[in-house]
Design a protein around this ligand. Structure first.
Ligand code: PEP
Ligand code: MG
Length: 567
Protein backbone atom coordinates (compact mmCIF):
# COMPACT_ATOMS: atom_id res chain seq x y z
CA UNK A 1 0.00 0.00 0.00
CA UNK A 2 1.25 3.50 -0.86
CA UNK A 3 0.30 6.33 1.44
CA UNK A 4 -0.45 9.91 0.49
CA UNK A 5 -3.02 12.57 1.31
CA UNK A 6 -6.73 12.01 0.73
CA UNK A 7 -7.54 14.88 -1.64
CA UNK A 8 -11.05 13.86 -2.65
CA UNK A 9 -13.19 11.28 -0.85
CA UNK A 10 -14.37 8.00 -2.34
CA UNK A 11 -13.03 4.68 -3.55
CA UNK A 12 -12.13 3.70 -7.12
CA UNK A 13 -10.51 0.72 -8.82
CA UNK A 14 -9.39 0.95 -12.40
CA UNK A 15 -6.66 0.81 -14.99
CA UNK A 16 -3.74 3.22 -14.82
CA UNK A 17 -3.17 5.81 -17.50
CA UNK A 18 0.14 7.49 -16.84
CA UNK A 19 0.16 11.11 -17.80
CA UNK A 20 3.73 12.14 -18.46
CA UNK A 21 3.42 15.83 -18.96
CA UNK A 22 7.11 16.52 -19.28
CA UNK A 23 8.62 19.47 -21.05
CA UNK A 24 9.01 18.88 -24.78
CA UNK A 25 12.60 18.57 -26.03
CA UNK A 26 14.14 21.51 -27.86
CA UNK A 27 17.62 22.54 -28.90
CA UNK A 28 18.61 25.95 -27.55
CA UNK A 29 19.96 28.23 -30.24
CA UNK A 30 21.15 31.79 -30.70
CA UNK A 31 18.86 34.07 -32.68
CA UNK A 32 20.02 36.90 -34.89
CA UNK A 33 16.63 38.44 -35.73
CA UNK A 34 15.33 39.19 -32.22
CA UNK A 35 12.21 41.01 -33.42
CA UNK A 36 11.13 38.01 -35.55
CA UNK A 37 11.71 35.73 -32.55
CA UNK A 38 9.64 38.04 -30.31
CA UNK A 39 6.87 37.88 -32.89
CA UNK A 40 7.08 34.03 -32.77
CA UNK A 41 6.79 34.23 -28.97
CA UNK A 42 3.84 36.63 -29.17
CA UNK A 43 2.04 34.38 -31.66
CA UNK A 44 2.53 31.46 -29.28
CA UNK A 45 1.07 33.55 -26.45
CA UNK A 46 -1.96 34.42 -28.59
CA UNK A 47 -2.56 30.76 -29.39
CA UNK A 48 -2.03 29.83 -25.73
CA UNK A 49 -4.59 32.44 -24.70
CA UNK A 50 -7.17 31.26 -27.24
CA UNK A 51 -6.77 27.61 -26.28
CA UNK A 52 -6.81 28.34 -22.56
CA UNK A 53 -9.93 30.49 -22.83
CA UNK A 54 -11.66 27.70 -24.79
CA UNK A 55 -10.69 25.18 -22.08
CA UNK A 56 -11.89 27.54 -19.35
CA UNK A 57 -15.22 27.97 -21.11
CA UNK A 58 -15.62 24.19 -21.38
CA UNK A 59 -14.68 23.84 -17.73
CA UNK A 60 -17.23 26.43 -16.66
CA UNK A 61 -19.87 24.05 -18.02
CA UNK A 62 -18.52 20.92 -16.33
CA UNK A 63 -17.04 21.93 -12.99
CA UNK A 64 -18.16 25.49 -12.44
CA UNK A 65 -17.05 29.07 -12.38
CA UNK A 66 -14.34 28.88 -9.72
CA UNK A 67 -12.41 26.15 -11.53
CA UNK A 68 -12.66 27.94 -14.85
CA UNK A 69 -11.18 30.98 -13.16
CA UNK A 70 -8.12 28.95 -12.13
CA UNK A 71 -7.42 28.38 -15.81
CA UNK A 72 -8.18 31.96 -16.76
CA UNK A 73 -5.62 32.86 -14.10
CA UNK A 74 -2.99 31.32 -16.42
CA UNK A 75 -3.83 33.86 -19.09
CA UNK A 76 -3.46 36.63 -16.53
CA UNK A 77 -0.14 35.22 -15.24
CA UNK A 78 1.31 34.97 -18.72
CA UNK A 79 0.23 38.50 -19.59
CA UNK A 80 2.03 39.83 -16.51
CA UNK A 81 4.23 42.67 -17.83
CA UNK A 82 7.16 41.64 -15.63
CA UNK A 83 7.10 38.11 -17.00
CA UNK A 84 6.68 39.32 -20.58
CA UNK A 85 9.52 41.84 -20.23
CA UNK A 86 11.85 39.22 -18.77
CA UNK A 87 11.16 36.81 -21.64
CA UNK A 88 11.47 39.47 -24.35
CA UNK A 89 14.61 40.84 -22.71
CA UNK A 90 16.27 37.41 -22.94
CA UNK A 91 15.24 37.07 -26.58
CA UNK A 92 16.75 40.49 -27.32
CA UNK A 93 19.99 39.26 -25.76
CA UNK A 94 20.09 36.41 -28.28
CA UNK A 95 18.16 33.52 -26.69
CA UNK A 96 15.56 31.63 -28.66
CA UNK A 97 11.95 31.87 -27.45
CA UNK A 98 12.04 28.34 -25.98
CA UNK A 99 15.11 29.06 -23.84
CA UNK A 100 13.70 32.39 -22.70
CA UNK A 101 10.31 30.90 -21.68
CA UNK A 102 11.99 27.98 -19.93
CA UNK A 103 14.44 30.17 -18.04
CA UNK A 104 11.94 32.81 -16.93
CA UNK A 105 9.44 30.16 -15.77
CA UNK A 106 12.26 28.56 -13.76
CA UNK A 107 12.92 31.90 -12.17
CA UNK A 108 9.24 32.33 -11.17
CA UNK A 109 9.04 28.76 -9.89
CA UNK A 110 12.06 29.20 -7.67
CA UNK A 111 10.67 32.54 -6.44
CA UNK A 112 7.26 31.07 -5.54
CA UNK A 113 8.63 27.87 -4.05
CA UNK A 114 10.54 29.83 -1.41
CA UNK A 115 7.40 31.44 -0.03
CA UNK A 116 6.10 29.79 3.14
CA UNK A 117 2.44 30.29 2.33
CA UNK A 118 1.06 27.11 0.76
CA UNK A 119 -1.30 28.88 -1.64
CA UNK A 120 1.47 30.97 -3.13
CA UNK A 121 3.74 27.92 -3.34
CA UNK A 122 1.07 26.19 -5.38
CA UNK A 123 1.46 28.87 -8.04
CA UNK A 124 4.58 26.88 -9.03
CA UNK A 125 2.22 24.23 -10.48
CA UNK A 126 0.50 26.89 -12.55
CA UNK A 127 3.78 28.28 -13.87
CA UNK A 128 4.96 24.73 -14.66
CA UNK A 129 1.72 24.17 -16.55
CA UNK A 130 2.08 27.41 -18.50
CA UNK A 131 5.69 26.54 -19.38
CA UNK A 132 4.94 23.05 -20.72
CA UNK A 133 1.99 24.25 -22.80
CA UNK A 134 3.82 27.26 -24.19
CA UNK A 135 6.85 25.13 -25.09
CA UNK A 136 4.56 22.64 -26.82
CA UNK A 137 3.12 25.43 -28.94
CA UNK A 138 6.61 26.77 -29.76
CA UNK A 139 7.95 23.31 -30.67
CA UNK A 140 4.76 22.13 -32.39
CA UNK A 141 4.29 19.21 -29.94
CA UNK A 142 0.65 18.04 -29.66
CA UNK A 143 -1.07 18.36 -26.24
CA UNK A 144 -2.25 15.26 -24.29
CA UNK A 145 -5.98 14.95 -24.37
CA UNK A 146 -7.29 13.49 -21.14
CA UNK A 147 -10.81 13.66 -22.50
CA UNK A 148 -10.00 10.60 -24.62
CA UNK A 149 -9.05 8.17 -21.82
CA UNK A 150 -11.18 4.99 -21.79
CA UNK A 151 -13.79 4.21 -19.11
CA UNK A 152 -12.51 2.89 -15.77
CA UNK A 153 -9.30 4.93 -15.86
CA UNK A 154 -7.14 5.87 -12.89
CA UNK A 155 -5.09 8.91 -13.88
CA UNK A 156 -1.55 8.90 -12.53
CA UNK A 157 0.56 12.03 -12.87
CA UNK A 158 3.29 13.98 -11.18
CA UNK A 159 0.80 16.75 -10.64
CA UNK A 160 -2.56 17.23 -12.20
CA UNK A 161 -2.46 20.69 -13.65
CA UNK A 162 -5.63 22.71 -14.24
CA UNK A 163 -5.23 22.54 -18.02
CA UNK A 164 -4.93 18.75 -17.89
CA UNK A 165 -8.08 18.39 -15.83
CA UNK A 166 -10.10 20.62 -18.11
CA UNK A 167 -11.00 17.76 -20.38
CA UNK A 168 -11.71 15.05 -17.79
CA UNK A 169 -14.83 13.09 -18.57
CA UNK A 170 -16.11 12.34 -15.10
CA UNK A 171 -17.76 9.09 -16.16
CA UNK A 172 -14.47 7.63 -17.46
CA UNK A 173 -12.13 8.50 -14.59
CA UNK A 174 -12.55 6.47 -11.41
CA UNK A 175 -9.53 7.74 -9.55
CA UNK A 176 -6.61 10.16 -9.51
CA UNK A 177 -3.17 9.60 -7.98
CA UNK A 178 -0.47 12.27 -8.00
CA UNK A 179 3.02 12.73 -6.62
CA UNK A 180 2.50 16.35 -5.66
CA UNK A 181 -0.27 18.48 -4.19
CA UNK A 182 -1.99 18.89 -0.86
CA UNK A 183 -5.56 19.21 0.36
CA UNK A 184 -5.85 22.77 -0.90
CA UNK A 185 -3.99 22.28 -4.20
CA UNK A 186 -5.82 22.88 -7.44
CA UNK A 187 -5.79 19.17 -8.27
CA UNK A 188 -7.58 18.47 -4.98
CA UNK A 189 -10.10 21.25 -5.51
CA UNK A 190 -10.84 20.02 -9.03
CA UNK A 191 -11.04 16.37 -8.03
CA UNK A 192 -13.54 17.27 -5.31
CA UNK A 193 -15.56 19.38 -7.73
CA UNK A 194 -15.72 16.41 -10.11
CA UNK A 195 -16.32 13.99 -7.20
CA UNK A 196 -13.47 11.72 -8.33
CA UNK A 197 -11.58 9.90 -5.53
CA UNK A 198 -8.03 11.26 -5.35
CA UNK A 199 -4.85 10.53 -3.43
CA UNK A 200 -2.14 13.16 -3.61
CA UNK A 201 1.48 13.42 -2.48
CA UNK A 202 2.25 9.73 -3.13
CA UNK A 203 6.04 9.62 -3.30
CA UNK A 204 7.53 8.40 -6.60
CA UNK A 205 4.25 6.95 -7.79
CA UNK A 206 4.87 7.87 -11.44
CA UNK A 207 8.02 5.75 -11.54
CA UNK A 208 6.23 2.76 -9.98
CA UNK A 209 3.17 2.75 -12.23
CA UNK A 210 3.00 1.53 -15.81
CA UNK A 211 0.10 1.98 -18.21
CA UNK A 212 -2.50 -0.75 -17.87
CA UNK A 213 -1.66 -1.62 -14.25
CA UNK A 214 -4.65 -2.02 -11.91
CA UNK A 215 -4.81 0.53 -9.09
CA UNK A 216 -7.15 0.76 -6.12
CA UNK A 217 -7.59 4.32 -4.86
CA UNK A 218 -8.81 5.19 -1.37
CA UNK A 219 -9.48 8.93 -1.34
CA UNK A 220 -10.96 8.77 2.17
CA UNK A 221 -7.93 7.26 3.91
CA UNK A 222 -5.40 8.71 1.44
CA UNK A 223 -3.78 5.53 0.10
CA UNK A 224 -3.62 3.37 -3.00
CA UNK A 225 -2.63 -0.19 -3.88
CA UNK A 226 -0.84 -1.07 -7.13
CA UNK A 227 -1.87 -4.44 -8.58
CA UNK A 228 -4.20 -5.28 -5.67
CA UNK A 229 -4.74 -8.95 -4.86
CA UNK A 230 -8.18 -10.44 -5.33
CA UNK A 231 -8.88 -10.11 -1.61
CA UNK A 232 -7.79 -6.45 -1.61
CA UNK A 233 -9.91 -5.71 -4.67
CA UNK A 234 -12.89 -7.26 -2.97
CA UNK A 235 -12.28 -5.21 0.16
CA UNK A 236 -12.07 -1.97 -1.84
CA UNK A 237 -15.28 -2.85 -3.67
CA UNK A 238 -17.02 -3.31 -0.33
CA UNK A 239 -15.68 0.02 0.94
CA UNK A 240 -16.81 1.66 -2.27
CA UNK A 241 -20.31 0.25 -2.06
CA UNK A 242 -20.63 1.25 1.60
CA UNK A 243 -19.33 4.75 0.81
CA UNK A 244 -21.71 5.25 -2.13
CA UNK A 245 -24.63 3.86 -0.14
CA UNK A 246 -23.89 6.21 2.72
CA UNK A 247 -23.59 9.15 0.33
CA UNK A 248 -26.84 8.27 -1.35
CA UNK A 249 -28.49 7.82 2.03
CA UNK A 250 -27.54 11.38 2.95
CA UNK A 251 -29.71 12.70 0.14
CA UNK A 252 -32.82 12.21 2.30
CA UNK A 253 -31.56 15.13 4.40
CA UNK A 254 -31.37 17.53 1.49
CA UNK A 255 -33.62 20.54 1.86
CA UNK A 256 -34.61 19.59 5.40
CA UNK A 257 -33.72 21.59 8.51
CA UNK A 258 -30.87 20.33 10.72
CA UNK A 259 -32.60 18.88 13.78
CA UNK A 260 -31.58 16.58 16.61
CA UNK A 261 -33.42 13.29 17.10
CA UNK A 262 -35.73 15.03 19.59
CA UNK A 263 -36.50 17.86 17.20
CA UNK A 264 -34.24 20.67 18.37
CA UNK A 265 -33.20 22.74 15.34
CA UNK A 266 -29.68 24.09 14.84
CA UNK A 267 -28.19 26.17 12.02
CA UNK A 268 -25.99 24.33 9.52
CA UNK A 269 -23.77 26.56 7.43
CA UNK A 270 -20.78 26.27 5.10
CA UNK A 271 -17.27 27.77 5.14
CA UNK A 272 -16.05 29.65 2.07
CA UNK A 273 -12.84 31.24 0.77
CA UNK A 274 -14.30 33.16 -2.18
CA UNK A 275 -17.72 34.53 -3.14
CA UNK A 276 -18.07 31.77 -5.77
CA UNK A 277 -17.66 29.12 -3.08
CA UNK A 278 -21.06 30.24 -1.82
CA UNK A 279 -22.51 28.38 -4.83
CA UNK A 280 -20.99 25.17 -3.48
CA UNK A 281 -22.50 25.88 -0.05
CA UNK A 282 -25.90 26.29 -1.65
CA UNK A 283 -25.42 23.15 -3.77
CA UNK A 284 -24.26 21.31 -0.63
CA UNK A 285 -27.50 22.32 1.15
CA UNK A 286 -26.02 24.93 3.49
CA UNK A 287 -28.43 27.36 5.12
CA UNK A 288 -25.90 30.15 5.25
CA UNK A 289 -22.20 30.94 5.39
CA UNK A 290 -20.65 30.64 8.85
CA UNK A 291 -17.17 31.73 7.82
CA UNK A 292 -15.94 33.63 4.78
CA UNK A 293 -12.15 33.63 5.01
CA UNK A 294 -11.46 36.97 3.32
CA UNK A 295 -7.67 36.55 3.31
CA UNK A 296 -7.90 34.62 0.02
CA UNK A 297 -9.24 37.78 -1.60
CA UNK A 298 -6.10 39.56 -0.41
CA UNK A 299 -3.81 36.71 -1.51
CA UNK A 300 -5.03 36.58 -5.09
CA UNK A 301 -3.80 40.07 -5.89
CA UNK A 302 -0.46 41.83 -5.63
CA UNK A 303 -1.82 44.86 -3.83
CA UNK A 304 -4.53 45.57 -1.28
CA UNK A 305 -7.91 44.99 -2.92
CA UNK A 306 -9.72 48.32 -3.22
CA UNK A 307 -12.93 49.15 -1.37
CA UNK A 308 -14.82 48.64 -4.63
CA UNK A 309 -13.26 45.22 -5.28
CA UNK A 310 -13.99 44.09 -1.74
CA UNK A 311 -17.51 45.50 -1.84
CA UNK A 312 -18.21 43.55 -5.05
CA UNK A 313 -16.88 40.31 -3.54
CA UNK A 314 -18.88 40.60 -0.29
CA UNK A 315 -21.99 41.71 -2.17
CA UNK A 316 -21.65 38.76 -4.53
CA UNK A 317 -21.48 36.28 -1.64
CA UNK A 318 -24.51 37.91 -0.03
CA UNK A 319 -26.46 37.86 -3.28
CA UNK A 320 -25.61 34.23 -4.04
CA UNK A 321 -26.92 33.32 -0.58
CA UNK A 322 -30.17 35.18 -1.34
CA UNK A 323 -30.77 36.82 2.00
CA UNK A 324 -29.42 33.97 4.10
CA UNK A 325 -26.85 34.76 6.77
CA UNK A 326 -23.26 35.35 5.56
CA UNK A 327 -20.67 35.74 8.31
CA UNK A 328 -17.60 37.47 6.91
CA UNK A 329 -14.36 37.37 8.84
CA UNK A 330 -12.16 40.42 8.59
CA UNK A 331 -8.61 39.91 7.37
CA UNK A 332 -6.79 37.12 9.20
CA UNK A 333 -3.22 37.64 8.03
CA UNK A 334 -0.02 36.61 9.77
CA UNK A 335 0.69 33.31 11.52
CA UNK A 336 1.01 30.83 8.65
CA UNK A 337 -0.68 33.20 6.18
CA UNK A 338 1.67 35.67 4.58
CA UNK A 339 0.61 38.25 2.02
CA UNK A 340 3.89 39.40 0.45
CA UNK A 341 2.83 42.96 -0.47
CA UNK A 342 1.89 43.74 3.14
CA UNK A 343 5.60 43.57 3.97
CA UNK A 344 5.20 41.77 7.29
CA UNK A 345 8.58 41.17 8.84
CA UNK A 346 9.71 37.69 9.84
CA UNK A 347 8.94 36.83 13.44
CA UNK A 348 10.36 34.17 15.73
CA UNK A 349 6.86 33.14 16.79
CA UNK A 350 4.48 34.15 14.00
CA UNK A 351 1.48 32.39 15.56
CA UNK A 352 1.99 34.47 18.70
CA UNK A 353 2.76 37.62 16.82
CA UNK A 354 1.44 40.34 14.60
CA UNK A 355 -1.63 38.57 13.26
CA UNK A 356 -5.30 39.06 12.41
CA UNK A 357 -7.09 41.75 14.47
CA UNK A 358 -3.74 42.88 15.90
CA UNK A 359 -2.49 43.67 12.41
CA UNK A 360 -5.79 45.22 11.36
CA UNK A 361 -6.06 47.58 14.32
CA UNK A 362 -2.47 48.69 13.83
CA UNK A 363 -3.21 49.40 10.14
CA UNK A 364 -6.43 51.25 10.66
CA UNK A 365 -6.58 52.91 7.25
CA UNK A 366 -6.71 49.60 5.37
CA UNK A 367 -8.98 48.04 8.01
CA UNK A 368 -11.45 50.88 7.51
CA UNK A 369 -11.50 50.07 3.78
CA UNK A 370 -12.55 46.50 4.55
CA UNK A 371 -15.14 47.53 7.14
CA UNK A 372 -16.59 50.13 4.77
CA UNK A 373 -16.84 47.56 1.98
CA UNK A 374 -18.55 45.15 4.39
CA UNK A 375 -21.03 47.78 5.59
CA UNK A 376 -21.88 48.81 2.03
CA UNK A 377 -22.35 45.17 1.00
CA UNK A 378 -24.66 44.64 4.00
CA UNK A 379 -27.36 46.49 2.05
CA UNK A 380 -27.53 43.47 -0.29
CA UNK A 381 -28.06 40.58 2.12
CA UNK A 382 -27.67 39.38 5.69
CA UNK A 383 -23.99 40.11 6.25
CA UNK A 384 -22.42 39.84 9.69
CA UNK A 385 -18.88 40.95 10.58
CA UNK A 386 -16.60 38.56 12.49
CA UNK A 387 -13.31 39.49 14.15
CA UNK A 388 -10.57 36.83 14.32
CA UNK A 389 -8.02 36.10 17.04
CA UNK A 390 -9.54 38.31 19.70
CA UNK A 391 -7.81 38.11 23.07
CA UNK A 392 -9.26 41.08 24.91
CA UNK A 393 -12.39 43.17 25.30
CA UNK A 394 -10.62 46.30 24.05
CA UNK A 395 -10.16 44.75 20.60
CA UNK A 396 -13.85 44.13 19.99
CA UNK A 397 -14.71 47.53 21.48
CA UNK A 398 -12.28 49.22 19.09
CA UNK A 399 -13.67 47.36 16.06
CA UNK A 400 -17.18 48.38 17.10
CA UNK A 401 -16.05 52.01 17.43
CA UNK A 402 -14.62 51.88 13.90
CA UNK A 403 -17.86 50.36 12.59
CA UNK A 404 -19.90 53.08 14.32
CA UNK A 405 -17.64 55.73 12.87
CA UNK A 406 -17.91 54.36 9.32
CA UNK A 407 -21.70 54.16 9.70
CA UNK A 408 -21.71 57.92 10.35
CA UNK A 409 -19.56 58.46 7.26
CA UNK A 410 -21.97 56.41 5.13
CA UNK A 411 -24.96 58.24 6.60
CA UNK A 412 -23.37 61.56 5.64
CA UNK A 413 -22.75 60.26 2.12
CA UNK A 414 -26.27 58.84 1.86
CA UNK A 415 -24.98 55.32 1.22
CA UNK A 416 -27.20 52.39 2.22
CA UNK A 417 -26.12 49.72 4.73
CA UNK A 418 -27.69 47.52 7.38
CA UNK A 419 -28.03 49.76 10.47
CA UNK A 420 -28.27 46.68 12.71
CA UNK A 421 -25.27 44.83 11.32
CA UNK A 422 -23.93 42.42 13.91
CA UNK A 423 -20.29 42.28 14.96
CA UNK A 424 -19.16 38.95 16.38
CA UNK A 425 -15.99 37.46 17.77
CA UNK A 426 -14.11 34.33 16.83
CA UNK A 427 -13.18 32.51 19.97
CA UNK A 428 -9.90 30.84 19.14
CA UNK A 429 -7.53 31.76 21.93
CA UNK A 430 -7.44 30.55 25.55
CA UNK A 431 -7.69 34.21 26.64
CA UNK A 432 -10.95 34.70 24.75
CA UNK A 433 -12.28 31.42 26.09
CA UNK A 434 -11.46 32.34 29.68
CA UNK A 435 -13.17 35.73 29.34
CA UNK A 436 -16.01 34.40 27.19
CA UNK A 437 -18.49 35.74 29.77
CA UNK A 438 -17.03 39.25 29.40
CA UNK A 439 -16.78 39.08 25.61
CA UNK A 440 -20.37 37.83 25.39
CA UNK A 441 -21.48 41.17 26.82
CA UNK A 442 -19.71 43.03 23.99
CA UNK A 443 -20.13 40.77 20.97
CA UNK A 444 -23.31 40.07 19.01
CA UNK A 445 -22.30 36.45 18.45
CA UNK A 446 -19.46 33.96 18.88
CA UNK A 447 -17.95 31.48 16.48
CA UNK A 448 -15.50 28.97 17.89
CA UNK A 449 -12.39 28.50 15.77
CA UNK A 450 -11.30 25.11 17.00
CA UNK A 451 -8.36 24.90 14.59
CA UNK A 452 -6.61 27.70 16.42
CA UNK A 453 -8.26 27.13 19.79
CA UNK A 454 -6.71 23.64 19.84
CA UNK A 455 -3.32 25.01 18.75
CA UNK A 456 -3.20 27.74 21.39
CA UNK A 457 -4.78 25.70 24.20
CA UNK A 458 -2.37 22.82 23.67
CA UNK A 459 0.60 25.12 22.91
CA UNK A 460 1.16 23.07 19.78
CA UNK A 461 1.90 24.49 16.33
CA UNK A 462 -0.96 23.24 14.14
CA UNK A 463 1.43 22.52 11.28
CA UNK A 464 4.26 20.81 13.20
CA UNK A 465 4.23 17.05 12.55
CA UNK A 466 6.54 16.32 15.52
CA UNK A 467 3.96 17.48 18.04
CA UNK A 468 0.87 16.56 16.01
CA UNK A 469 0.03 13.82 18.54
CA UNK A 470 -0.89 16.61 20.97
CA UNK A 471 -3.08 18.46 18.49
CA UNK A 472 -6.52 17.12 19.32
CA UNK A 473 -9.87 18.67 20.09
CA UNK A 474 -10.58 15.57 22.21
CA UNK A 475 -8.11 16.74 24.86
CA UNK A 476 -10.02 17.47 28.07
CA UNK A 477 -8.56 21.01 28.08
CA UNK A 478 -10.01 21.79 24.63
CA UNK A 479 -13.35 20.20 25.48
CA UNK A 480 -13.65 22.20 28.70
CA UNK A 481 -12.78 25.32 26.79
CA UNK A 482 -15.45 24.65 24.15
CA UNK A 483 -18.06 23.96 26.83
CA UNK A 484 -17.13 27.14 28.69
CA UNK A 485 -17.49 29.26 25.54
CA UNK A 486 -20.87 27.80 24.56
CA UNK A 487 -22.24 28.13 28.08
CA UNK A 488 -21.07 31.74 28.38
CA UNK A 489 -22.75 32.66 25.09
CA UNK A 490 -25.98 30.89 25.96
CA UNK A 491 -26.10 32.55 29.40
CA UNK A 492 -25.83 35.93 27.71
CA UNK A 493 -28.35 34.94 25.03
CA UNK A 494 -26.08 35.46 22.02
CA UNK A 495 -25.74 33.03 19.13
CA UNK A 496 -22.77 30.66 19.32
CA UNK A 497 -21.43 28.76 16.37
CA UNK A 498 -18.36 26.75 15.46
CA UNK A 499 -16.46 27.17 12.19
CA UNK A 500 -13.32 25.14 12.93
CA UNK A 501 -12.94 21.61 11.54
CA UNK A 502 -14.29 20.09 14.79
CA UNK A 503 -17.83 21.19 13.83
CA UNK A 504 -17.92 18.42 11.22
CA UNK A 505 -16.38 15.76 13.47
CA UNK A 506 -18.92 12.93 13.72
CA UNK A 507 -17.52 11.85 17.07
CA UNK A 508 -17.68 15.31 18.64
CA UNK A 509 -21.14 16.31 17.46
CA UNK A 510 -23.03 14.70 20.39
CA UNK A 511 -20.88 16.72 22.81
CA UNK A 512 -21.58 19.92 20.87
CA UNK A 513 -25.30 19.15 20.98
CA UNK A 514 -25.09 18.60 24.72
CA UNK A 515 -23.12 21.82 25.31
CA UNK A 516 -25.79 23.75 23.36
CA UNK A 517 -24.01 24.79 20.15
CA UNK A 518 -26.42 26.77 17.98
CA UNK A 519 -24.66 26.85 14.62
CA UNK A 520 -22.30 24.46 12.81
CA UNK A 521 -20.24 25.78 9.91
CA UNK A 522 -18.44 23.10 7.91
CA UNK A 523 -17.01 22.55 4.43
CA UNK A 524 -19.67 22.44 1.71
CA UNK A 525 -19.14 18.73 1.09
CA UNK A 526 -19.63 17.87 4.79
CA UNK A 527 -22.98 19.61 5.26
CA UNK A 528 -25.26 16.63 4.61
CA UNK A 529 -23.09 14.24 6.63
CA UNK A 530 -23.11 16.69 9.57
CA UNK A 531 -26.88 17.00 9.31
CA UNK A 532 -27.20 13.23 9.38
CA UNK A 533 -25.06 12.92 12.53
CA UNK A 534 -26.99 15.68 14.29
CA UNK A 535 -30.22 13.81 13.51
CA UNK A 536 -28.91 10.67 15.21
CA UNK A 537 -28.69 12.18 18.70
CA UNK A 538 -31.34 13.39 21.11
CA UNK A 539 -30.36 16.01 23.67
CA UNK A 540 -30.85 13.49 26.47
CA UNK A 541 -28.58 10.88 24.86
CA UNK A 542 -25.99 13.52 24.03
CA UNK A 543 -26.07 14.78 27.64
CA UNK A 544 -25.52 11.25 28.94
CA UNK A 545 -22.46 10.78 26.71
CA UNK A 546 -21.14 14.26 27.54
CA UNK A 547 -21.35 13.73 31.28
CA UNK A 548 -19.40 10.48 30.91
CA UNK A 549 -16.77 12.03 28.60
CA UNK A 550 -16.27 15.19 30.66
CA UNK A 551 -15.24 13.04 33.65
CA UNK A 552 -12.35 11.47 31.70
CA UNK A 553 -8.75 12.54 32.27
CA UNK A 554 -6.95 11.88 29.00
CA UNK A 555 -7.36 12.51 25.30
CA UNK A 556 -6.97 8.79 24.61
CA UNK A 557 -9.79 7.91 27.00
CA UNK A 558 -12.03 10.55 25.42
CA UNK A 559 -11.23 9.31 21.90
CA UNK A 560 -11.95 5.71 22.92
CA UNK A 561 -15.33 6.52 24.49
CA UNK A 562 -16.35 8.76 21.57
CA UNK A 563 -15.37 6.04 19.06
CA UNK A 564 -17.28 3.40 21.00
CA UNK A 565 -20.37 5.62 20.77
CA UNK A 566 -20.00 6.54 17.11
CA UNK A 567 -23.30 6.65 15.21
C1 PEP B 1 -10.04 28.21 13.19
O1 PEP B 1 -9.00 28.65 13.68
O2 PEP B 1 -10.68 27.25 13.67
C2 PEP B 1 -10.58 28.81 11.97
C3 PEP B 1 -11.76 28.47 11.50
O3 PEP B 1 -9.82 29.71 11.31
P1 PEP B 1 -8.54 29.36 10.40
O4 PEP B 1 -8.53 27.87 10.21
O5 PEP B 1 -8.75 30.13 9.15
O6 PEP B 1 -7.42 29.87 11.22
MG1 MG C 1 -8.27 30.59 13.08
Amino acid sequence: MLNGIGGSAGYGIGTAVLISEGKPEYTPCEVSDAEAEIKRFEDAVTLFTERTQAMADAMRETVGEHNAEILEGHIVMLSDPFMQDEIKGMIRSGSCAETAVDHVCDMFISMFSQVEDELTRQRTTDIGDIRVRLLKILTGTPEVNISEVPPNTVLVAKDLTPSMTAGIVKENVVGIVTELGGKTSHSAILARALEIPAVLSVENVTSMVTDGMTIAVDGCGGSCILNPSEAETEEYRKHREAYLKEKEGLEVFRGKPAVTADGKQVRLYGNIGSPEDAEAVKAGDGEGVGLFRTEFLFMETDQLPSEEEQFEAYKKAAEIMEGKEVIIRTLDVGGDKDIPYLGLSREDNPFLGFRAVRYCLANEASYRVQLRALLRASAYGDIKIMVPLVTSVEEIRRVKELVADIKKELDAEGIAYNQDIQVGVMIETPAASLIADLLAKEADFFSIGTNDLTQYTMAVDRGNAKVAYLYSAYHPAVLRSIRNIIEAANREGIMVGMCGEAAADTLLIPLLISFGLGEYSVSATSILATKSTIAKWSKEEADRLASQVMELSTEAEVAAVLKANKR
